[in-house]
Ligand binder design. Sequence first.
Ligand SMILES: Cc1ncc(COP(=O)(O)O)c(C=O)c1O
Length: 400
Amino acid sequence: MPALAERMSRAKPSAIMVVAEKAKKLKAEGRDIISFSIGIPNFLPEAHVYEAAAEALKRDSGAYGSNRGSDALLDAFLQHLSEAGFDGYERRNVASGVGAKHVLFNLMYAILNEGDEVLIPTPYWTSYVDIAEILNAPQRLLHCGAEQNYKLLPEQIAAAVTPKTRVLLFNNPNNPTGMVYTPAEIKALAVELKRHPNLWVLSDDIYNRMIFDGLQYSHLVMAEPSLRNRVVLIDSISKTYGMPGWRVGMIAGPPEIATAMATLNSNHITNLPEVVVAAAIAAYLGSQNKPQVMCEAFEAKRNEVMRTLDAIPGVKCPRPQGAFYAFPDISVAFGRRHGDSLISNDIDFCAVLLEKTGVACVPGSAFGEPKAIRISYTCKAAELTEGLRRMAGFFAELSE
Ligand SMILES: Cc1ncc(COP(=O)(O)O)c(C=O)c1O
């Protein structure tokens, strides 16, 4: 067989999907599995979304659509942005793609020359590194450990930027940690970023409607409007509206970047399907009751997760304030045994936990932090309670 492109040697399947697949396989074999692994919201959108999709089917144009996204979709997104506190964006600033993952790929493809450096606060969402790898962009990982609440500090940016640095990947609220930056923390980062005029910031804010404890959502361009010409906001309907399979991601940024997205779309996807676009518009413009109710439900689940984790001796978990993840440092278990099984690292921990209790979590090393594991807590309430009970029991059974 003729060879594949060299870049494919750097492309690898998502580590999260590997765990999720293993849990699924064990379940199919009849094991009693509780999955805390995959980051799906686990709820469906409201009826008006399905009605809009059904209506669009009846009115199918049978034609290709806009590469950037239909005007109606762009306007719906602009209204959504305005409700979140972003003003001054117009159609020329926004564009669509097949989910946030696709727009992130396109953004990095549009911005990075081979050899350009990418700053990635760590723990990170796995695809940031995977996409940078495919594009052969060296990554500089900025370690943000539990001791700094998994949050990036301005001095880390100051120390890391070189003439080769082109992009900072910023994620707030964060996957895998669930941490949310306060307005004061965002302001401090924005002030530092002003000092680096050649740096793009890709701000992945797809969880921005899932914030707890009454904490105010803030963003770099709200704190420093002058950053608008190089900060790109990324949004998605996947998590907020319970629509991960519908595949709609949006960006807002300078007109040049939105046009670059449309040009890339014109060369692969052409356009989003009409039915999907109608559903996304309905999600953005319709009742926001479901996202609100789900956010409250996730906050209650976060409380339950934290009650369990806080009670386990030696486990440290900065309290998440958004999204639907917790990221406990479980390194207290390293060097200890569960029955005959020695736990040397996070990968052993997750493998033994799954084997012995049927609870599936993702090892932190998938996110660049091997001292931790990720718990995604969107499963049914009874499953969450049972999974946490098993996890606490597992820790209690560890021996030296
Ligand atoms: C931080 C972050 N960004 C982007 C994505 C991808 O979202 P989408 O479903 O819109 O591609 C995810 C999905 O898990 C995510 O957690």
